[in-house]
Design a protein around this ligand. Structure first.
Ligand SMILES: [Zn+2]
Length: 309
């Protein structure tokens, strides 16, 4: 476990925001602390898992994002949820565009992009097993590792995607700065993150699904996000509030489980069509009010000036 300083402003000061535990792994009995930087407002986990052994413990092979073969309903749901996102990507790229996905898991999203005529695709995935599945199941170029492990040329990508990834990274400032360098001027970086300035975060408090102790290392209140992107050399074009009810569902499950309603909590899952139908209106309302638990941030490397620091 490693105690860290603020990734955005470097401050050593921290104020405890809340504590929590690993909701998906009852064997893990640790209590984790989310700190907020009094200087800039960034929210981060400290101390946090740091060694390869500690990281392997919090990302077991059964981790949700690594999709098995039989999760047909889930894949069907995700494909519906992905439609607006795919439209945004297609509108900002051509069949010649080079697209990189960081944290591409088992490659389902890249495979959807290929189905829609995008062929210059590269995935990077920390889990060697997930990367292997992506290559074998979809024939995609998905390499195991992270940005530091591969040699990629500056100005060589038209778009970089990070879907539910940025909050897991040890150094989001460094990663966004590297991404800005990889993008050609005018290229896009689109990332999906939990929104700590949301209805669900306020309503559920420490049971909020977006906290995901201990896997979410960072949460970005709105003003910190803008400052972070500024430092990295990216400009926000649009913030999209996602209408999917998954944060409502996950938070309700955590709330129930924390109060001993274990059987009911097991029922309240995104894999359950009845539950998805019941919670769908809440997802839509949050999105309409621009207070969704998940946001997609469309950013761009400026065409001229504003080069990455
Ligand atoms: Zn700070």
């Amino acid at each position: 476990m490693r105690t860290i300083t603020c990734n955005l402003c470097g401050s050593l000061d921290q104020r405890l925001l809340c504590t929590g535990y690993d909701r998906d792994n009852p064997q893990n009995r640790r209590t984790y602390s989310l700190q907020q930087c009094p200087g800039c407002g960034l929210v981060y986990l400290s101390p946090r898992p740091d060694t390869p052994e500690e990281l392997a413990e919090i990302y077991p092979p059964t981790y949700d994002s690594y999709m098995g073969e039989r999760q047909r309903f889930l894949l069907w749901m995700r494909r519906i949820a992905w439609r607006p996102e795919l439209r945004e990507i297609l509108a900002r790229t051509t069949p010649d565009s080079a697209i990189l996905e960081l944290g591409s898991a088992t490659g389902e999203f890249l495979a959807e992009l290929r189905r829609r005529g995008r062929s210059r695709l590269l995935g990077l995935e920390l889990s060697a097993e997930a990367a292997r599945i992506a290559r074998e199941r979809h024939g995609l170029d998905v390499r195991a590792g992270q940005l530091d492990d591969v040699t990629l040329s500056a100005n060589s990508f038209d778009m970089v995607l990070l879907r539910h990834v940025l909050e897991h990274l040890p150094d989001p400032r460094e990663t966004l700065t590297s991404i800005a360098r990889l993008l050609r001027p005018g290229g896009y970086c689109i990332f999906t993150i939990p929104n700590i300035d949301s209805h669900t975060a306020r309503i559920f408090g420490r049971d909020w699904y977006g906290y995901q102790f201990p896997r979410h290392f960072y949460l970005f209140p709105r003003h910190t996000l803008h400052r972070l992107l500024d430092v990295a050399g990216l400009r926000v074009e649009r913030v999209v509030h996602q209408a999917t009810p998954n944060v409502w569902i996950g938070s309700a499950r955590f709330w129930l489980a924390a109060r001993g309603h274990t059987a009911l909590a097991r029922f309240v899952r995104y894999h359950n069509p009845l539950v998805v139908a019941a919670f769908a209106p809440l997802g839509f309302i949050s999105a309409l009010m621009r207070s969704s638990g998940v946001i997609r941030v469309i950013t761009r490397r400026p065409v001229c000036g504003g080069s990455p620091q």
